[in-house]
Design a protein around this ligand. Structure first.
Ligand code: NAI
Ligand code: MG
Length: 351
């Protein structure tokens, strides 16, 4: 059995972490008797500067032919961030209607986190971020640009279909986990979209009587994720809140260098897009010290969705053993002085 993977490294440390993770994924495949075939697409900011677009015109057709996409990140100081975001990963999520952004948050080792005293897996949160609409629909406009009394409008869109399907996916996950779902919105100050979202959640909840539902406002939630992260199980929220809060939950459990994500459409056969939560980190790009673990764990999520559970577990076990070993070379974001290559070698020896 061979899985056909598109590699889309992107920019900055996106390239470094995808190049670091790929041989580890191949190694895990080899030891679990399946093959991965990879095709590397050199699309990103250099292409934008040379040719005027991040992707060629037929990019989505080419990506559609693969079983899954492993992405690094896009973003470059020479290109406006809204170009690399909206025409980059956001365009892929929308083209393939990847409406669930699944972001598991797990405490591997409390050593370098604010969670001293907590043990491995005491924090284990499954984030379901709405990934197709909300605040990221790119609808809006600007009037009197630079004219002295400029006006800008940015519109959020919440549809019944769009909210319902991600909320249902989150309830389904809660059934498989601890049966506890937290809904994060801001329906005190925003009385149209978020209030509608909460109503849809209540409607869907009727089909899941065994799941305990909790509603939190996003400001209170940001505090609770720091103060009582061990009490969460599955969390669902709109696109923008999910984007912001998953950086927070990543930081609490060890940083962006450890946080993976999957962009998927559970209903269709579009390829999922697997990528670390972090960006292209221009501040450390080129130094060889990017933490590759978020990319490796994103590869584990990809293997899990491709039906290769044991290879996914092998990758996660190698990461857990690496993080728990004080003598192993850790990257500077975790307080060590190891390089990306040192971490890859260490993980490889554990696979
Ligand atoms: P960032 O996630 O790239 O970096 C934030 C901080 O975390 C930096 O100090 C960075 O050095 C550190 N960091 C991130 N990943 C790390 C890793 N694997 N190992 C060690 N340290 C790591 O976020 P920032 O700086 O806000 O954005 C940089 C660029 O990335 C921007 O152009 C932004 O638009 C883009 N971006 C792209 C994303 C994507 O392609 N999906 C997602 C987030 C940001
Ligand atoms: Mg983000």
């Amino acid at each position: 059995m061979a899985h056909d993977i598109a590699l889309l490294p992107g920019d900055g440390i996106g390239v470094e972490v995808v190049d670091a993770a790929t041989p580890l994924l191949e190694r895990a495949a080899e030891t679990h008797d399946f093959e991965v075939e990879t095709t590397r697409y050199e699309w990103g900011s250099d292409r934008f500067l040379d040719e005027g677009s991040l992707f060629p015109d037929d990019a989505m057709d080419r990506l559609a032919d693969h079983d899954a996409i492993l992405h690094g990140a896009m973003g470059d100081p020479r290109v406006p961030d809204y170009v690399t975001s909206i025409e980059g990963p956001i365009a892929i999520r929308q083209a393939f209607d990847l409406y669930v952004n699944y972001r598991p948050v797990r405490l591997h080792d409390a050593g370098n986190t604010p969670l001293k005293g907590y043990g491995r897996n005491d924090v284990d949160i499954a984030w379901f971020r709405e990934n197709s609409e909300g605040e990221y629909v790119d609808i809006g406009g600007r009037l009197d640009r630079g004219g002295g009394s400029e006006l800008a409008i940015q519109t959020s869109v919440y549809t019944e279909k769009g909210v319902e399907r991600v909320v249902r996916a989150a309830f389904e996950a809660a059934l498989d986990r601890e049966g506890y779902l937290t809904n994060v919105t801001k329906s005190n100050a925003l009385r149209y979209g978020p209030v509608f979202w909460d109503e849809v959640v209540e409607d869907v909840a009727e089909s899941y009587p065994s799941v305990t539902l909790e509603h939190l406002l996003v400001d209170a939630a940001s505090m609770d994720f720091v103060l009582r992260p061990d009490e969460f199980d599955v969390v669902v929220g709109p696109n923008l809140f999910g984007d912001i809060l998953t950086d927070l939950t990543a930081a609490v459990t060890g940083g962006l260098g450890l946080a993976p994500s999957a962009n998927v459409n559970p209903d269709g056969d579009a390829p999922g897009l697997y990528e670390p939560v972090h960006g292209s980190a221009p501040d450390i790009a080129g130094e060889g010290v990017a933490n590759p673990i978020a990319a490796v764990l994103s590869g584990a999520l990809m293997f899990e969705d491709l039906g290769e559970e044991s290879a996914a577990d092998a990758l996660r076990d190698a990461v857990a053993a690496h993080l728990a070993d004080d003598g192993a070379p850790h990257t500077p974001d975790l307080g060590g002085d190891g390089t990306t290559a040192n971490v890859v070698a260490d993980l490889r020896s554990r696979l």
